[in-house]
Design a protein around this ligand. Structure first.
Ligand code: NAD
Ligand code: UFG
Length: 350
């Protein structure tokens, strides 16, 4: 059994909760820091319960990553073997409206974290990057060597943080850093006890579909049906969040190998699925009809994006197991048990 201690920033969020659960079950001591900007303490409580006896290895600090004193205290009280850094703002549209908020939160949060880690001699990091750094790829599947670009401030924070990590490693080669580029995480833990709970109107496809299915919204607007794809709608690489969580355990194990430097890995399934294919799979899984409204393309959207998974398979020994039917089944299980997420109907902003 592993007895290492990991700090998880943003561990109360969607991907964070699923990863923290797998860490606990794998025997890691896990400390979460989150400011609950986009999450709640209910999520942390549920992770603890799901982990059973391993839940005793979870502790939590409510703090903002940019609060250097608070972060210092956390590092003074615990010696960490590694950090998984999820904390950040992630709404593409909001980042266009409020770029300084995104640069402040995502960049300053990361810089403060790296500084405090260095000061305490903790130099192993797994960072949440995104397939958004491939922009509109010239071809698919996207390999890690593809040219990078950013279509919005959110994406630019990911590009800049990737560069910061490379510079940090180049300056001090005892750092070991893994940049994970997630494709499109969907689904929920099969218990239906934890899942995605976005605040306000969902930006992403599946949270929106889920809210239509439970009657919170009347129709799904499909952004573009004139793409050069199987049915005209955009194609993405949807990945079950539980598979993604396992990818982080694989990355932590990789960090224990010598001299890995600063490496980047795609986490996707390698399969492209169109928006309409995904909606149909969800209708099958839920037995609910999703009314559609066809609309124009969403600015900044790419046509087809899916991952080359070879590098992660070869070097992390990790491969996604679940397909879209399981993703939709587990998404519906979570949605039907928690139509208002972790809150109640009264808390919702509908
Ligand atoms: P999320 O919003 O559910 O989780 C992020 C968590 O970070 C939240 O709990 C939030 O409260 C916390 N947080 C934000 N700023 C903070 C700060 N300054 N200090 C402390 N806590 C802070 O998002 P998620 O979907 O779980 O995403 C996790 C990471 O993965 C993010 O960095 C995101 O950009 C990245 N990512 C997500 C997706 C996706 O589609 N979900 C895709 C690619 C990359
Ligand atoms: N879509 C709709 N209607 C909606 C929402 C989305 O038709 O209401 C379509 C989009 O146009 C796109 C597809 O569904 O064709 C997927 O859109 P998402 O917003 O779910 O996902 P994206 O691929 O645009 O972006 C997401 C995250 C980014 C992240 C990227 C890659 O929002 O932060 O995945 O990981 F960078």
């Amino acid at each position: 059994m592993i007895s290492k201690t990991v700090l998880v920033t943003g561990g109360a969020g969607y991907i964070g909760t699923h990863t923290v659960l797998q860490l606990l079950l794998a025997g890691f001591k896990t400390v979460v820091v989150d400011n609950f900007d986009n999450s709640s303490d209910v999520a942390i409580r549920r992770v603890k319960e799901l982990a059973g006896e391993f839940g005793n290895n979870l502790s939590f600090h409510k703090a903002d990553l940019r609060d250097r004193d608070a972060l210092e205290q956390i590092f003074v009280s615990t010696k960490f073997d590694a950090v998984i850094h999820f904390a950040g703002l992630k709404a593409v549209g909001e980042s266009v409206q409020k770029p300084l908020l995104y640069y402040n939160n995502n960049l300053n949060g990361t810089i403060t974290l790296l500084e405090v880690m260095a000061a305490h001699g903790c130099k192993k990091l797994v960072f949440s990057s995104s397939a958004t750094v491939y922009g509109w790829p010239k071809e698919v599947p996207c390999t890690e060597e593809f040219p990078l670009s950013a279509a919005n401030p959110y994406g630019r924070t990911k590009l800049i943080i990737e560069e910061i990590c490379r510079d940090v490693y180049n300056s001090e080669q005892d750092w070991k850093i893994i940049l994970l580029r997630y494709f499109n995480p969907v689904g929920a833990h099969p218990s239906g006890y934890i899942g995605e709970d976005p605040r306000g109107i969902p930006n992403n496809l599946m949270p929106f579909v889920q809210q239509v299915a439970v009657g919170r919204r009347p129709t799904l607007t499909v952004f573009g049906n004139d793409y050069n794809t199987i049915d005209g709608t955009g194609v993405r690489d949807f990945i079950h969040v539980v598979d993604l969580a396992y990818g982080h355990i694989a990355a932590l194990l990789k960090l224990d190998e010598s001299n890995i430097g600063c490496e980047v890995y795609n986490l996707g399934t390698g399969k492209g699925t169109s928006v309409l294919e995904m909606v149909r799979a969800f209708e099958q899984a839920s037995g609910k009809k999703i009314p559609l409204l066809m609309a124009g393309r969403r600015p900044g959207d790419a046509e087809i994006v899916y991952a080359s998974t070879e590098k992660a398979e070869r070097e992390l020994n990790w491969k996604a197991k679940y397909g879209i039917d399981e993703m939709c089944r587990d998404q519906w299980n979570w949605a039907s048990k928690n139509p208002y997420g972790y809150g109640s109907e009264e808390d919702s902003t509908d």
